[in-house]
Design a protein around this ligand. Structure first.
Ligand SMILES: [Zn+2]
Length: 355
């Protein structure tokens, strides 16, 4: 049995499918399905990419984190006009809605596009068009977390924030730093400006580097949620802090195994994080690139001995939905659990003698 594809009873698969879910850590550019990559590469005459579905899937097999970044940068070259971005949003939203994801905070990296000369209106116009079309078609709601690759420096973060604020979309609700995990301290000023503009602070930290990056995200960037954060377990004082504050961690098990952030022959720390009393949510990161989706992450979590409904509730609680919306989704999760318990009971046998 592979940790990526655990064996799960049919009743648990049914429960996972029935649970209303939220996704808090999924990258738009990392959500490009192989078929859409081929379609966009052909439409925009992008050379040097794999030419068949099979070849794209092989290309998505990463050796390590830097290789993953290289593939990612090559794949985004296929996105050119507003229609391309809208198509990517709709395809991503369709995949989420099919898994009963009701609400997603989707990470988008404007700098990947603006830096190669794509006009901001193509990007943001496409995001908005796709988002609205997805909501009309499937009822799924999307909000954006604008991200920049930290290894390109603070200036890249400033340009990203300028573009976001100039465009002024209400659907952009958070600010994020990702990419290769460099020191977070130099981003204090740009995160301060983002927070002053009303954006939530949701940086990646503690994915491939240790607790110092997480402390920095907390103290210097004002993090309201941490992307990954799994390396907090290296520092007991940090674990205590995260437990006391219930500062949520966006955890993405398959991603960690695929990039090598957690060695493939080691157990994932997700159960240890929950055992420590931390507020942990379950997410898919870059689903087609890691051969997963949110449903599979729930199956993986079940394989690690965890309870799907508890993780679904944590996702809702750690989201930026308003309180009434959170309560409505939690009530739905509770109802799904009750009816799954009812259907799991053996049927009554009324003709058996009583007493
Ligand atoms: Zn991420």
């Amino acid at each position: 049995m592979s940790v990526f594809e655990p064996v799960v009873p049919a009743s648990v698969d049914e429960l996972i499918a029935a649970l209303p879910k939220v996704e808090l850590h999924v990258h738009l550019e990392g959500s490009m399905q192989p078929a859409l990559l081929l379609e966009l590469a052909a439409k925009n005459s992008v050379m040097g990419l794999p030419a068949s579905l099979e070849a794209v899937r092989e290309w998505y097999e990463f050796r390590d984190f830097p290789h993953f970044i290289d593939v990612y940068l090559a794949a985004v070259q296929t996105l050119r006009d507003m229609e391309d971005f809208a198509l990517l949003v709709e395809s991503t939203a369709a995949a989420l809605a099919a898994q009963n994801v009701r609400y997603a905070e989707v990470i988008v990296t404007p700098w990947l596009h603006l830096d190669r000369g794509i006009p901001a209106e193509h990007l943001f116009g496409g995001l908005e068009r796709g988002r609205q079309a997805a909501e009309r078609q499937w009822g799924i709601r999307l909000r954006w977390l604008a991200d920049f690759p930290g290894h390109y420096g603070a200036a890249c973060g400033e340009q990203t924030l300028d573009a976001v604020l100039e465009t002024g979309l209400d659907s952009v609700i958070g600010f994020n730093v990702g990419g290769i995990e460099v020191d977070r301290d130099p981003f204090a000023a740009v995160f301060g400006r983002a927070r002053a503009a009303g954006l939530h602070s949701v940086p990646h930290a503690g994915e491939t580097h240790g607790p110092d990056r997480i402390w920095s995200a907390i103290h210097r960037l004002g993090a309201e949620r941490i992307g990954h954060g799994i390396r907090c377990l290296d520092a007991p004082a940090l674990v205590d802090y995260l437990r006391d504050t219930q500062l949520p961690l966006d955890v993405c098990p398959t991603s960690n195994w695929r990039t090598g952030a957690v060695p493939r022959d080691r157990p994932h720390p997700l159960p240890a994080l929950l055992d420590a009393g931390l507020m942990v949510t379950l997410n898919s990161d870059d689903p087609p690139m890691f051969g997963t989706d949110l449903t599979n992450e729930y199956r993986v979590a079940y394989g690690l001995g965890l309870t799907p409904a508890d993780l679904a509730r944590n996702g809702v609680r750690a989201s930026f939905l308003i309180q009434e919306e959170k309560m409505a989704l939690i009530a739905e999760i509770d109802e799904v659990c009750k009816s799954s318990l009812r259907s799991a009971r053996p049927a009554a046998r009324p003709h058996e003698p009583q007493g």
